[in-house]
Design a protein around this ligand. Structure first.
Ligand SMILES: Cc1cc2nc3c(=O)[nH]c(=O)nc-3n(C[C@H](O)[C@H](O)[C@H](O)COP(=O)(O)OP(=O)(O)OC[C@H]3O[C@@H](n4cnc5c(N)ncnc54)[C@H](O)[C@@H]3O)c2cc1C
Length: 377
């Protein structure tokens, strides 16, 4: 599946970091529930945040596959660390990179690459989740700029963010065609963020609401050309879904690893539980899912890198890998017996953190009808 030396090198480097630095601390970081700043800074030092961007503009000169390998390895260690990094590399900085002014590049994009500023991406509203045509945060045109009003929710990294990429409606009559992205620095008057939400999983990735009240921004803070916000969101959708798929793969790998270790140690009825066929069947199922998910996800990332349209492939990979991660969290808590129900062991974390994958990039109830359409129905 690896098709270049760079892929092998990035995988090795990240795996070494995750094994030595992340896995030994993952339970403690998760319990504390604080933003994983140490990991975030380590990622910055390793040049991870710029992996999708060219060197001549401050990136590390990689591609989507390398980005996804990094996300997968991090998710194997701690889903929260992967989620925060994934946001900083892709959705949080993508629009700034492509459409920001030189001043924004200098003062926000480059510091974000260095880990000095934290980025996030604001699509969802209390009344608009999957249905983005219903986004009502309004960007009203004024002389020389826009005035933004509205409420965003479920903003990953929001509580610690330095700037926001915010989806706004510029012309309600145009629905999806009226949507555009706006750059909003946190210090802008009229910007306020709520307290962090109390979450089921990925508890160290903070999430909050973002309220915009008469927020005045200059014209150049509208990031996409007029009428092209939705097209530019669609342009990174395959990448977002591939990334979600590899996060799921990381979780499945971690669950399989811990289940095998536990099954070899735990004795019941005079034998280690690894010798029972029903335990073996669960591990085998997870392993088959893993192999299939890897093939699907990295086929999609390679297509993204080769500039071949691949929304169906990325969508199916996201769907399949996420369902595999949900199954792996379930199986891990069963294989661990009562200890699967204990916060002292890892299985519970896989069980909770797999939920994180269900929403971003589209819920499965919204994706499946599209997949049926691509199948010809
Ligand atoms: C951990 C986490 C992190 C997130 N981070 C971000 C972020 O950083 N930025 C951001 O903008 N958003 C973020 N979100 C929000 C996420 O994108 C939304 O939750 C998602 O788009 C679904 O929207 P909703 O929750 O409003 O559900 P709704 O769209 O209201 O859906 C509710 C239920 O109805 C189903 N449904 C909806 N439409 C249909 C349909 N047409 N057919 C069949 N069933 C349907 C859905 O599948 C779901 O089961 C995050 C969410 C979570 C949980």
């Amino acid at each position: 599946m690896l098709r270049s030396d760079a892929e092998m090198l990035v995988r090795k480097t990240m795996a070494r970091f995750v094994d030595a630095e992340l896995i030994p601390k993952a339970q403690e970081i998760d319990e504390k529930g604080e933003f994983p700043m140490e990991t975030f800074q380590a990622m910055a030092k390793m040049g991870v945040f710029g992996i999708r961007y060219p060197k001549e503009r401050g990136g590390s000169g990689g591609n989507t596959t390398l980005y996804c390998i990094i996300c997968e390895e991090l998710a194997r260690g701690l889903m929260s660390a992967a989620a925060t990094t994934a946001m900083q590399c892709l959705m949080g900085t993508n629009f700034l990179f492509h459409f920001g002014t030189p001043e924004m590049h200098e003062n926000y994009f480059l510091p974000a690459m260095r880990g000095e500023k934290i980025a996030c991406f604001c699509l969802t509203e209390p009344e608009a989740g999957g249905d983005l045509g219903n986004v009502s945060t309004l960007a009203a045109k004024t002389e020389g700029g826009y005035v933004l009003n509205g409420l965003k929710t479920w903003v990953t990294n929001g509580p610690v963010a330095s700037f926001f990429t915010v989806l706004c409606q510029t012309d309600p009559a145009k629905k999806l065609r009226g949507l555009n992205f706006f750059f909003v620095p946190r210090e802008t008057p009229g910007v306020s963020v709520s307290k962090p939400f109390n979450l089921l999983g990925t508890r160290t990735t903070p999430i909050c609401e973002l309220a915009l009240t008469d927020v005045k921004v200059p014209e150049e803070y509208r990031l996409c050309p007029e009428g092209q916000g939705t097209d530019n969101l669609l342009a990174i959708l395959a990448e977002i879904r591939s990334m979600t798929a590899v996060l799921a793969i990381g979780l499945v790998r971690a669950a399989i690893h811990d289940c095998i270790q536990y099954a070899h140690e735990r004795v019941a009825f005079g034998k280690t539980i690894s010798q029972y066929q029903l335990i073996q069947a669960k591990v085998a199922e997870m392993y088959v899912d893993l192999e299939a998910a890897k093939l699907m996800a990295y086929r999609a990332t390679h297509m993204v890198d080769d500039k071949i349209p691949c929304l169906p492939q990325a969508t199916m990979a996201k769907y399949f890998a996420t369902e595999a991660a949900c199954k792996a969290g379930d199986y891990a808590t069963r294989i661990f017996g009562a200890y699967g129900y204990s916060m002292e062991y890892t299985a519970q974390r896989y069980y909770r953190d797999n939920r994180f994958l269900l929403y971003g990039g589209g819920t499965h109830e919204v994706l499946l009808p599209n997949i049926a359409r691509w199948a010809g129905l």
